[in-house]
Design a protein around this ligand. Structure first.
Ligand code: CUA
Length: 151
């Protein structure tokens, strides 16, 4: 009968919309997008990428900054790179979620334990850039910072 069919259709749409909403909430709560490289946050120091944080030249004008973040410091600290360098920052956290924001630039990333964050930028102008943690990470959050010197 017509009423029953419409009732079933109505309930079906309701259930479907609840499933979609629920799934979106679930997907959002999963944190960083799938496809991000992962690692064991307890074993960062033994990881092939992160055993020696530092600034590495990987091409004629290309650099990698391998960086670990932990309460409340960036390692390595006080980075120096030449003007015009194309820099890839490869980062992970050893404890809680930290932020990596370079003041005056568009560099801004969340660094989550268990995940490898990669962002790149070419530094065309000399200067000193302030790096700040912009995710609340504990009592020392306010003092968590360093600099990138481009010269
Ligand atoms: Cu690290 Cu806030």
């Amino acid at each position: 009968r017509a009423e029953e069919i419409w009732l079933i259709v109505g309930v079906g749409i309701l259930v479907l919309s609840m499933v979609i909403t629920g799934y979106q909430g679930f997907a959002k709560s999963m944190g960083p997008p799938s496809g991000m490289e992962t690692l064991d946050p307890e074993k960062v120091d033994e990881h092939e990428l992160f055993s020696e944080p530092g600034v590495y030249q990987v091409g004629e004008n290309k650099y990698e900054v391998v960086m670990t973040l932990s309460a409340f410091q960036f390692t390595p600290n006080n980075i120096e790179i030449p003007v015009g360098a194309e820099v890839e920052f490869i980062m992970t956290s050893k404890d809680v979620i930290h932020g990596f924001q370079v003041a005056g630039t568009n560099l801004n990333a969340m660094v989550t334990p268990g995940y490898i964050q990669r962002i790149s930028k070419t530094f065309d102008e000399a200067g000193e850039f302030l790096v700040l943690c912009n995710e609340y990470c504990g009592i020392g959050h306010q003092i968590m910072g360093t600099t990138i010197t481009v010269k």
